[in-house]
Design a protein around this ligand. Sequence first.
Ligand code: MF3
Ligand code: CO
Ligand code: CO
Length: 276
Amino acid sequence: MSFVQATEAPDRRTAEIKLHDPAAAFAGMAKAGTIAAACLDMLVAETRENVTTQRLDDLARQFVFDHGALPACVFYRGYRHTICTSTNHVVCHGIPAERVLKDGDILNIDVTVIVDGWHGDTSRMYAIGNVARKAERLMDVTYEAMMRGIAAIKPGATLGDLGHAIQSYAEAERCSVVREFCGHGLGRVFHDAPNILHYGRPGTLDELRPGMMFTVEPMLNLGAPGVKILSDGWTAVTKDKSLSAQYEHSVGVTEDGVQIFTKSPAGLDQPHAKKS
Ligand code: MF3
Ligand code: CO
Ligand code: CO
């Protein structure tokens, strides 16, 4: 794949990987990422038994508007909500609804905001009440898998190195990596090149360069990796009904490593581990 200076590329998905000026773009991405992360912080106290996922969506939308941001998912390919709420065997793209959360549920909330044209895209896992030990372990492993993927990011490393770091750890922990969904380039465009695979072989695929911006968002299952999409056209579930978890950060490649744009201002990067 080839690279292009972002300032010379159109503001839409293209085949080329956009390289951004860290001085200009990274500040905008950090601002957008921080508002997205603060939205997920706000939801920590709201993710309780008997709360509907629609209520969480209402709170998120209000938070986003109150912070001078726009919800990127509203009207995105016909989607109508600010967040995706994916419980238990839902892998991703769960649609907020009037169904209430129950004791023992595990929940992923994924939010994407736009601030000054820049996108901040992040998701975390939340535990409702007391969750089973195996569910807790899946969430721990998923967070660690994402962080190992991010730790592999530096100029000269490859996207295959990133995918391998995630896959090798996840499978050693007896979890499987979903193949049908991947991370993506991010900036003024929501889903841009390149695809960020959460599996792979060391040394393969594109080399990372300073100025690249993308998401790392592995989905891990306790059972088999296969997924199917429900008839609503969005909700992805595990074929074998096994539990699934996901974490997501937006990042940029720096001269000597990586910058995470979506770190929690409140230190709640792993809400699943804090709730009782
Ligand atoms: N935030 C998701 C991602 O990580 C995309 C959700 S698209 C939606 O890329 F339309 F379902 F919201
Ligand atoms: Co997301
Ligand atoms: Co994303």
